[in-house]
Write a protein that binds this ligand. Sequence first.
Ligand code: ADP
Length: 491
Amino acid sequence: MGTHLSRTVAEGRAFMQLVDGRQVDALSGERIDVLSPSDGKVFASIPAAGKADVDRAVQSAARAFNEGPWSRMPAVERGRCLTRLFQLVEKHGDELAALESRDTGKPIRQGKGDVTGAMRYYEFYGGACDKIHGDTIPFLDGYTALTLREPHGVVAGIIPWNYPLQILARVVGAALAMGNTLVVKPAEDASLTTIRIAELALEAGIPAGVFNVITGYGRDAGAALSAHPLIDYVTFTGSPLTGTAIQQAAATNNRGVTMELGGKSPQIVFADADIEAALPVLVNAIIQNGGQTCSAGSRVLIEKPVYERVAAALAERFSRLVAGPHDADLDLGPLINSRQKEKVAGMVAAAEEAGIPVLARGSIHPDAPASGYYQEPVLFGSVDPAATIAQEEIFGPVLSLFPFEGEEQAIKLANGTDFGLVAGVWTKDGGRQHRVAKRVRAGQVFVNGYGAGGGIELPFGGFKKSGHGREKGFEALYDMSATKTIVFNHG
Ligand code: ADP
């Protein structure tokens, strides 16, 4: 097992929120314990923001938007600030990876991967700032019409606990590139790197009040933030149920939202596929981050002639997977908290009771603390497409296999859930690659590959219950701005 060195990261620290460029506690003085999922022990604390804290942060962001230089700064200057933030994230990469890893339980190399992803967002949006522009529109004689992309104003970013560094970076990168100001609320289970990044943003020259962080529970701080009348736009990544609550809150002020709400993403393996190339990708797409990934490839549809072969090869790989503490850097870490562990274990038990065959199980390292939130990987075979584990997002290391016959049935099964975030298609047949990619209802389709979460440049978002709006790439810059049309009557 690991050296346990990273179990001292941030030990005993009372973290603070960042509002108007200052570190502040909650006005009530209340705090939330921060636990390490690897051993369930408290190692730090964060402020528990209430309504008044939210108001203070939103007022700060509104002031920075209305009075400050940020939204009127030349785009190239904003871009330079984001580029400096990219450089600071790189400089503090080891520290950030260790903090993220301890806070979320993810293996340290995954924490490092997340730092690399986060850096790329700041780099990409730093460079994109001055490359987005409007149109001139042919109009009536005597007129010139043009459009500008303008910031919404104050954006609320509500961040989940699975990839805090990366999801924060895509929100901050796109929102700040367009000249918005921000109030971010990270998840109560994983707030630490968000606080640190906001400090680095100040150091990068992003003015006080432009990027504020409040910490606290979703039902208190999150609800107050999404309903605040001075919030102009809300961007949220998380569960569909919370997405509904946030949309209802934003609707009371008739404000726009971007919603990224998870998935039940299929990978379709046709009999002619390069199966050896597919196998590690199929495993990684569900095991990465312990399956706690919106775009996890949680369903594998396999054409009947190769079903037994692929199922046996996956079973062999699953039986070798080991979960353990973040600093042991095994195949996967613990789940984020006890509630999530109970939920996943409950879904696995219910599927077993319903008679769905378990093809293989990984293991939990014998030295992993019993007080940690570990779930061993489980592979289910011949799953009924109507079963709960086939339809609902599990958010754990649980993979379901489904046999199919022919392209039509594959597409029907792939589209047969309420979700539509990502899909993978494995086949060497070029015509089939195009046909299936077009007919699968998913915001991203990968052919002979699967990019769970990666691809900073690639627009990302869902159809159906997976949400609406697009993050990442240039598309996010459109979500984070509104078109203004100006018409000159010059005779
Ligand atoms: P989980 O159920 O696993 O905690 P959520 O989707 O509820 O996942 O959480 C994602 C983010 O949404 C977190 O930052 C959380 O605090 C926040 N959140 C939870 N409930 C609400 C709510 N009612 N309003 C606004 N934000 C919320």
